[in-house]
Design a protein around this ligand. Structure first.
Ligand code: PGA
Length: 247
């Protein structure tokens, strides 16, 4: 069975001093669970984090990546740049980027493709809004979002990580119930299986108000292979509890 993956998404939080304190507390308290652990931090801090996590099992992630390899794209950061700082993952298509930066399914798919080409594993986020859920469109929305990535990436799809993050659960304290989350994860797994013979090795993470209290039940579902954790990843005891809940 594949190891679970717990990835923190710090979003636009942190400072040199706070990062150091947080990472040191994480390293001091990392439980023995054989799960994978990653921190997706603001890009400016990757150099600092690279030093802080050196020699540990904590992997680094970016929160976005350019769809281009290099050139006249002011403000963008490439996969090759991330690789120089030891970055293993890049979140693509987070709902905050879809919502506030107009990212389309096609752009997200192109970003996933460039990430893979540069050796960075994209964590592709999909998820429905509250209005979409209430209109009974959850499956349609997440399948459309994932289909764009499958279409663009073909057989390489087995190299991605997927994160199901219902938009209504992000940062709201409202979590999808384990049954609600598993239902959507099952749909995503079936879609991945139809596209790749190796779909079982793909991590499908749940994200949206995952915390120390609800992690064990969510992570106990058959198709929930880990978590993408926002708020709770900024507090060492909470993040460590989530890691400890992976057994
Ligand atoms: P949250 O964020 O855990 O604070 O809800 C998750 C995410 O947006 O990745």
């Amino acid at each position: 069975m594949k190891k679970k993956l717990i990835a923190g998404n710090w979003k636009m939080n942190g400072s040199l001093a706070a990062n150091e304190a947080l990472v040191k507390a994480l390293l001091a308290g990392l439980p023995a669970q054989p799960c994978e652990v990653a921190l997706c931090v603001p890009a400016l801090y990757l150099a600092q984090l690279q030093t802080l996590v050196a020699g540990s099992r904590i992997e680094l992630g970016a929160q976005d990546i350019s769809m281009h390899e290099s050139g006249a794209y002011t403000g963008e950061l490439s996969g090759a740049m991330f690789k120089e700082f030891g970055v293993r993952y890049a979140i693509v298509g987070h709902s905050e980027r879809r919502q506030y930066h107009g990212e389309t399914d096609q752009l997200v798919a192109a970003k996933a493709k460039t990430a893979l080409a540069s050796g960075v594993t994209p964590i592709v986020c999909v998820g429905e809004t509250l209005a979409e859920r209430e209109a009974g469109k959850t499956e349609e929305v997440v399948k459309r979002q994932l289909a764009a990535v499958i279409h663009e990436n073909g057989h390489c799809i087995s190299e991605i990580v997927v994160a199901y993050e219902p938009v209504w659960a992000i940062g709201t304290g409202k979590t999808a119930s384990p049954e609600q989350a598993q239902q959507v994860h099952g749909v995503l797994r079936a879609q991945l299986k139809a596209a790749s013979a190796q779909a079982d090795r793909i991590h499908i993470l749940y994200g949206g108000s995952m915390n120390a209290a609800n992690a064990a039940q969510l992570l106990g579902q058959p198709d929930i292979d880990g978590g993408l954790v926002g708020g709770a990843s900024l507090k060492a005891p909470d993040f460590l509890s989530i890691i400890a809940a992976t057994t």
